[in-house]
Design a binder for this molecule. Structure first.
Ligand code: HEM
Length: 374
């Protein structure tokens, strides 16, 4: 039977790789990308794809900003809530379900804003995703918004959390380094190397609660890029405070507009970790690989990996980052507070221009405030 070519819509049939590529780069590009994406995702993980799109587009707005930073911090505060003696379920989403208990813990200060932001998205998808799975899906996707971040692995299938975590399991920025290392070893069997690797997260981070009256004070000069600047800038001699200064958990920083955690400063200077810290400087590949491994290990705390499904293929790659580490304007190698006794701190170029004043990170609830005002 003959059909009229005017009435039948034809999709090109490709008989060779070349024709396929041509089709994929033609006007069917978006359709082709969607088909290719589905083809790489196992059947049991396909239900995640619309949730991935919702979180990337509507929660994070494809930006490595405050919502993404908060979702990343949430993974740690959920997962490290486990101890061989005191109990706790680890990476189980208890921080969402038992937030009335866990948000009263001093170390979780500031997470109320994060839960206000991510909570509605969790509730929207709670029928298909357990709280622990949601925390790690959101945290893994938050990284995909940050140029330079690794594509982390994601396992799905955590059961519902049973109880709130006990208090005092999340490290505080004023804790001595050996206390933090002991807690990380007890809670997650993390080595000092893995702890420092996890602190790469402070490359895309800032503080809302350390300096009274100031929110979104970045930890480094590039808080929307997962780069090694945190390892450079925390090693610079502290000379100033942003804001009034002298707050618990904070020490002097080198760059106006940023704040430095006492714990990050300690990791960069104490003999047990200073050479590990320095080894991350301008070593993007090491940072990506070691962070990704430690982050996945963290995502399994309290869980049995054999019971989970590997859904890593739903996590998109982060935007590429090709830059290199630098000293911020006006600062040079002579401003480094050398701590590692084994090798000198690498020399880096200084960015041109006058001393920098790093702006605060716009807050996720700023839009709401604007709406309220209008
Ligand atoms: C091990 C010791 C750690 C200590 C003492 C520590 C401490 C802190 C503190 C005090 C803040 C600022 C909170 C605020 O005032 O809003 C912060 C922010 C943050 N931390 Fe950590 N942290 C640690 C490890 C980690 C780990 C392992 C991760 C993730 C893998 C992480 C991710 C973040 C992120 C992304 C932020 C920024 C949150 C935002 O900007 O909203 N931290 N951390």
């Amino acid at each position: 039977m003959a059909t009229s070519s005017a009435t039948v819509k034809t999709v090109p049939v490709y008989s060779s790789v070349q024709a396929h590529l041509q089709w994929c780069s033609s006007k069917y590009r978006l359709l082709c990308a969607a088909i290719q994406r589905r083809a790489t995702v196992p059947q049991q993980c396909q239900f995640l794809l619309p949730i991935v799109d919702d979180l990337m587009d509507n929660l994070f707005e494809n930006d490595c900003g405050d919502a993404a930073h908060g979702a990343l911090r949430l993974t740690f505060h959920d997962a490290i809530g486990i101890d061989p003696v005191l109990g706790g379920g680890g990476a189980d989403g208890s921080i969402l379900i038992f937030n009335q208990t866990e948000l009263t813990f001093a170390a979780n200060d500031g997470l109320d804003d994060v839960i206000d932001t991510v909570g509605p998205f969790f509730l929207k998808h709670a029928a298909s995703l357990s709280p622990g799975d949601f925390v790690f899906l959101a945290g893994s996707l938050s990284l995909a918004t940050c140029p330079g971040a690794p594509q982390v692995k994601l396992a799905i299938g955590r059961p519902q959390p049973k109880a709130a975590s006990p208090d005092e399991l999340v490290p505080e920025p004023f804790d001595p380094i050996d206390k933090i290392l002991s807690r990380m070893a007890a809670g997650g069997n993390f080595s000092p190397q893995e702890v420092v690797a996890l602190l790469s997260s402070h490359s895309v981070a800032g503080a809302d609660t350390i300096v009274p009256g100031m929110e979104g004070i970045p930890f480094d000069s590039t808080p929307s890029t997962f780069d090694t600047q945190i390892f450079v800038e925390v090693q610079l001699r502290g000379t100033l405070f942003t804001g009034q200064g002298g707050n618990q958990g904070e020490v002097e920083t080198a760059i106006q507009g940023t704040t430095r955690l006492q714990s990050d400063s300690g990791f960069a200077r104490e003999t047990s970790t200073n050479c590990i810290w320095q080894s991350f400087v301008n070593n993007q590949q090491q940072m990506q690989q070691q962070f990704a491994d430690a982050f996945f290990k963290m995502s399994l705390l309290g869980q049995n990996e054999a019971d989970l499904i590997d859904c890593s293929s739903v996590i998109p790659p982060a935007p590429e980052f090709t830059g290199a580490a630098f000293f911020p304007p006006s600062l040079t190698h002579s401003d480094v507070e050398q701590a590692c006794a084994d090798t000198p701190f690498p020399n880096l170029p200084t960015l041109p221009g006058p001393p920098e004043v790093v702006p605060p990170i716009p807050q996720a609830d700023d839009d709401d405030d604007d709406d309220d005002d209008s």
